[in-house]
Design a protein around this ligand. Structure first.
Ligand SMILES: Cc1cc2nc3c(=O)[nH]c(=O)nc-3n(C[C@H](O)[C@H](O)[C@H](O)COP(=O)(O)O)c2cc1C
Length: 225
């Protein structure tokens, strides 16, 4: 079935290469939606626990599992954010999945606290020890992924750096994991839209898998029948 755009649709076309950072940011966070939120814990050289959310984030590899997060320089000062500084120093971080249930605490941890302030302490974020890395896990997140930095890649004109981490341990709460799969409906992930707006999972749709995923699970053997 082919679809054509309605004749009446008019588009605004904006070239990307000369955009200032603020306009580019406004456009990408409006266009790339919804974005999952990585609530990242790190530790500084004094062992203080930092927690902050990042939605320029996704998985990027499966052999081994790897996640990537883009951390910008702080818009108000141009400084490197605490999370980025801690990852570069220790090469360790934990990605805790942000959910409807932990959204308010996660959101408050985005405030611009000085590097000497532990968001975990100030906000009373409950923590659990990790197995392989020093940064702790956030106990109010049902999925936590311990990561070791694989690469840090500074992008474009230098405002953004992509931190790629290998997941060295997954911690999956019984409430969301049946021993094989993470149940998205039980997890209740929160997504970030533009600005201060979040979204939960909405309507769910099922379709046959038309390409073979690793393991083949859910794949329609003959999708044409
Ligand atoms: C939901 C959410 C998502 C965010 N995503 C990003 C992001 O992807 N990259 C980024 O640099 N900052 C992002 N921020 C802003 C940081 O959380 C914020 O700058 C924070 O103060 C950084 O803390 P830190 O200095 O302790 O690392 C986000 C904020 C919120 C509330």
């Amino acid at each position: 079935m082919s679809q054509t755009a309605p004749e009446a649709t008019r588009y605004t076309c904006i070239d990307g290469d000369q955009l200032d950072t603020e306009t580019a940011y406004r456009l990408v966070v409006g266009c790339v939606v919804p974005r999952p939120v990585a609530w990242i814990t790190t530790v500084d050289e004094h062992g203080r626990v930092n927690a902050a959310p990042f939605s320029s984030y996704n998985y990027v590899a499966t052999s081994p599992p790897m996640l990537a997060v883009n951390i910008a320089l702080r818009a108000s000062t141009g400084d490197v954010k605490d999370t980025a500084r801690n990852i570069l120093r220790s090469r360790e971080f934990v990605v805790n999945v942000a959910t409807v249930d932990n959204m308010d605490l996660m959101h408050r941890s985005a405030a611009e606290y000085g590097p000497e302030v532990s968001e975990a302490e100030v906000l009373g974020i409950p923590l659990l020890p990790s197995r392989h890395v020093q940064p702790p896990r956030i106990a109010v997140s049902p999925v936590q992924m311990e990561c070791r930095l694989d690469q840090a890649i500074t992008l474009g004109r230098g405002v953004n750096t992509l931190y790629i981490g290998e997941v060295v341990a997954f911690h999956l709460a019984d409430t969301v994991f049946d021993g094989r799969r993470v149940d998205a409906e039980a997890l209740r992930p929160i997504a970030r839209l533009g600005g201060p707006r979040y979204a939960a999972l909405g309507e769910l749709f099922d379709r046959p898998m038309l390409q073979r995923p690793p393991g083949g699970e859910g794949w329609a053997d003959d999708p044409k029948t």
